[in-house]
Design a protein around this ligand. Structure first.
Ligand SMILES: [Zn+2]
Length: 382
């Protein structure tokens, strides 16, 4: 606006140029001409006459720093946008791990299976090897060294402790043979509790003396099957019908151990055969959509060495003790576990009442809970 006024005044001056200039007029005219020249120079976009003083250092410094910031930012923002997208598509990989351990809570347990490999030593599992059991073990709470049977490591008394939760003197199964006059294992066993709770109870065993472990009234199904193929044939239809509590007993390892010795090729071979049956059981449970709600407790009645298990070395007493299922926190258990803890733990897993007179204590630790009570010492007289 200022320039415009200047220009206007200049134009007016020109139109009056006819008459003689007055003394002050010459100076005014020169000023006007100079102003006009300045104005024209500004309009022509020529380098400013103040150029040297106006755009000194600040302008150049400002521009270069702005320009890279603008041009660099787009690529920078592009790269991260792409990378996260890829990372997101790779994230599903971890989701594969949960599917192997998609364990719901303990409260989701709908049924339990107790599996006893008669005479199986913990160190035989990997030596056999038993891949299906090992796969369970990978997600299990497992006691490789600290679980043991009762002081009389024989099949009937030990199994009676395993399933009743009592010491031998309390369940009364003191012989390794079933004499009818001796009656059934005394006390409240886990099959009775399960049956009273309305659960379907199943026993598939490969020694008929196992009948003594639970009264017929408390077992809806009791089958004796000799040899692994027969056990499989008996067990799978029972799984398909669903159940609340199942006991599966494999006599093979004990038989072969007595005949060929513990840890012999024949002993390990029959463990592999038993493991194959376990694999079929797992397959059936999965096919029926029951696997993820099934609690497993895999154990044995005793170990053995030198063709027998009379209790002269730790190998005779030490048993595997593997808990797997909903809510089970995978871990190596280092607390003292006795075979009568099996009944108590299974009862706890199924939400059945823990009997105050039981010698066994639930292994709460397998569910990541505080171990409320422990065995300070061996609680039995026998
Ligand atoms: Zn046995």
């Amino acid at each position: 606006m200022k320039s415009w006024l200047l220009f206007k005044s200049c134009a007016t001056e020109r139109s009056r140029s006819v008459r003689a200039p007055k003394p002050g007029e010459f100076f005014l005219k020169r000023l006007t001409v100079l102003s006009l020249a300045f104005l024209l120079a500004a309009c022509a976009g020529l380098p400013n006459i103040w150029g040297s003083s106006l755009p000194p250092v600040p302008t150049p410094t400002g521009f270069p720093s702005h320009t890279p910031t603008i041009t660099l930012t787009p690529p920078a923002t592009k790269t991260p946008t792409i990378t996260p997208t890829f990372t997101a598509t790779f994230t599903p990989a971890p989701t594969l791990t949960p599917s192997a351990t998609p364990k719901p809570a303990k409260t989701d347990i709908k049924r339990a299976i107790i599996i006893s490999f008669d005479g199986m030593r913990p160190d035989a599992i990997e030596q056999a090897p038993m891949p299906n059991l090992m796969e369970l073990m990978a997600g299990s709470a497992y006691a490789p060294l600290t679980a043991r049977t009762i002081d009389y490591p024989a099949t009937s008394p030990s199994h009676a402790s395993m399933l009743t939760g009592y010491c031998m003197e309390d369940h009364g199964v003191i012989y390794n043979k079933f004499f009818m006059y001796m009656g059934y294992a005394k006390g409240t066993d886990v099959f009775q509790l399960a049956h009273e709770a309305g659960l379907r109870t199943v026993m598939v065993v490969s020694k008929d003396k196992m009948r003594q472990m639970a009264e017929p009234e408390t077992t809806d199904v009791f089958e004796v099957a000799y040899g692994e193929p027969a056990i499989q044939k008996a067990v799978l239809p029972q799984i398909e019908q669903d159940f609340g509590l199942m006991f599966v007993h494999f006599a093979g390892p004990d038989n072969r151990g007595h005949k060929y010795d513990w840890m012999s090729g024949e002993y390990l071979k029959v463990l592999r055969e038993g493991d194959a049956v376990l694999g079929e059981m797992i397959k059936t449970l999965k096919a029926e959509g029951m696997f993820d709600t099934t609690f497993f407790l895999v154990s044995a009645d005793h170990g053995g060495h030198g063709g027998n298990h009379i209790g002269t070395t730790i190998e005779d007493y030490r048993i595997p003790w593997i808990a797997y299922g909903p809510g089970v926190v995978p871990q190596i258990l280092d607390l003292q576990i006795y075979t009568f803890d099996t009944a108590a733990t299974v009862a706890y897993a199924l939400g059945l009442p823990i009997q105050p007179d039981w010698d066994g204590i639930p292994v709460y630790k397998i569910f990541g809970e505080d171990q409320l009570r422990i065995h300070e010492k061996y609680p039995c007289k026998t």
